[in-house]
Every structure is written in C-alpha cells, then in structure tokens.
Design a protein around this ligand. Structure first.
Ligand SMILES: C[S@@+](CC[C@H](N)C(=O)[O-])C[C@H]1O[C@@H](n2cnc3c(N)ncnc32)[C@H](O)[C@@H]1O
Length: 273
C-alpha cells in the first residue's frame, strides 16, 4: 500500500524518483500522487493499489464520507446528461458502476452504458452489485486505461467520468482520449471534486478532509492511507477554471461548469462539435 499520509497539508517535497536512460526519462519524471511526488511511470500502479485495497468497501465509504451527498451529485450528473433518446454512453473510471446504473435507470430503452475502469477489482464489484440489483441488460464492462481507451474513434454519444479524472497520470491525454471516442455532436461530462467557493468553510472542510476522512478510512475500509491520498489528490486537482482550460485545450467546445455543494464538487461539460 502506498504510504501517503506522513506529509498531509504540506506542499510536496520532491522525492528522489527513479532516474534512467533517456528512453525512461518520461516515465521517471515526477508527478503528483496526493502531496507526494512519484515517478510518472509509478503513479498508475499506486492508484491501482489504492482502489484494490478499498474496492469492497468503496460504496459504503462514499456514503459515509460524503454523508450520502455523492448520490445527489451523481444524480445531478445524470440530470446534466438528460438522456431523452437511446444513447451509447461510456462511463470512464466507472468503478463499481454506480453512475452507469443511474444513467441506465433514466435513459430510454435501447441505451447502453460501457463501464471502463483500469481496476479489475472495482469492475468485479460493479458487476456483482449490478447483478444483485437485477441490472444486467445494457451494461458492458471493459478493463482499460482512460489514457488509451480501448474504443473506436467517434463511437459513443456521451462520455461521463465521475471522481476519476483526479486519479489519472496525464489528464490532458485522458481528456483527448475521451474526446476522440465521442461522435461529433457528442457530449462530455465530468463530476469531480473541485475548489470550495464558499468563504469561511475552509477550516471545517480541511478538518473533515484531513482528520475525519482518514479516520473513517482506517475504521471502515481498513486503509487510512487510501483516504489521505483522497484528500490530498483533491487539493492537487485543477480548480474549476483550470479544468475548463484543459478541456478547451483538448478540443472540447461550448464548455462550462456548475458548482455543487459550494464548489466541493463541480460538473464540467463540453461538446465535441
Ligand atoms: C474514486 S473512483 C470513482 C468510481 C466511480 N466513477 C464512482 O463515482 O463511484 C476512481 C476510479 O478511477 C479508476 N481509475 C483510476 N485511474 C484510471 C485510469 N487511468 N483509467 C481508468 N480508470 C482509472 C479507479 O480504478 C477507480 O475505480
């Protein structure tokens, strides 16, 4: 398990990262993993270890950590998608398929949602949960990396990504991939933690993030460090405007965002024209 906890709320101190031949330079370049700096080539493995560790308790943890609000946030994502006609949807970093099931529950018959996640344990949980809820038709599961999506160009009507983008090593590349698989006229929606826009709440939010969440993680998911990583990765993720700029740089048009819960999370959206 990655040890991410020792330096919470401090800015990253560059750690020695693996150095190698010129060919390995990109892989050894330092990137953020929470507040730590790790070699670019190591981040995906560290993220995978986090979700391997918490997969079984992931949904229960979401309820506890967000006091149930993640359900409303995900419903708001489906509101934004507003599926009125049969759609082919790709849910990137779809984990336990929570968003995918919500989309299918509200989309017209004939819709399909492909859940793509890099983590087989999360997908396995998703399949089990979907089967338990009798939701099998219309769902497909693909184990794959958002930075090299295993889908054809222009093959889906909409792409959703909920609480996933933050974990990716190369966000511009993941955004470009999500645009690549959208058909012209297709829409992209990202639900992600963002920057608190309500003054006066910072201290309470910091306390919740850095004191309470790791404690809940330790007791319920039996992994404190995974939830230290969660809090730190939120702070390192681009704020509302920076993410908007990254989406525009990736080629999305008619972009915008809405804050939820005072900016604790935001839904960004854009079109492939
Ligand atoms: C916080 S969970 C979110 C799961 C789900 N979208 C939800 O909202 O409940 C983040 C997910 O991102 C996945 N993930 C991280 N990096 C990824 C990558 N490069 N490609 C695909 N999935 C990735 C993880 O395996 C994990 O399932």
């Amino acid at each position: 398990m990655a040890k991410a906890g020792a330096r919470r709320r401090t800015e990253p101190r560059a750690e020695a990262v693996r150095t190698g031949s010129a060919g390995e330079a990109a892989a050894s370049e330092a990137v953020d993993f929470g507040f730590r700096k790790v070699a670019r080539g190591d981040k995906a493995r560290l993220v995978r270890e986090v979700f391997d560790s918490v997969a079984r308790r992931y949904d229960a943890m979401n309820d506890l950590m967000s006091l149930g609000l993640h359900r409303r946030w995900k419903e708001a994502l489906v509101d934004a998608l507003d599926p009125r006609e049969p759609l082919l949807v790709l849910d990137v970093a779809g984990g336990t398929a929570d968003v995918a099931r919500r989309v299918l529950a509200r989309a017209p018959a004939g819709s399909r949602v492909t859940v793509c996640d890099i983590n087989a344990a999360m997908l396995a949980e998703g399949r089990d949960r979907s089967a338990d809820r009798g939701r099998i038709a219309g769902l497909d599961y693909v184990c794959g990396d958002a930075e090299a999506l295993p889908l054809a160009d222009r093959s889906v009507d909409a792409v959703t990504v909920a609480f996933g983008l933050r974990n990716m090593t190369d966000i511009p590349r993941a955004l470009a991939e999500m645009r690549r698989v959208l058909r012209p006229g297709g829409r992209f929606f990202c639900l992600e933690f963002s920057r608190l826009a309500l003054p006066g709440l910072e201290r309470a939010y910091d306390w919740w993030s850095f004191e309470v969440l790791p404690e809940i993680g330790a007791r319920v998911a039996r992994d404190r460090e995974a939830y230290v990583y969660l809090a730190e990765s939120i702070r390192k993720f681009p704020d509302q405007e920076r993410l908007l700029a990254l989406m525009q740089a990736a080629g999305f048009e008619r972009t915008g965002y809405d804050n939820l819960a005072g900016g604790i999370v935001a839904i960004h959206q854009g079109w492939r024209i």
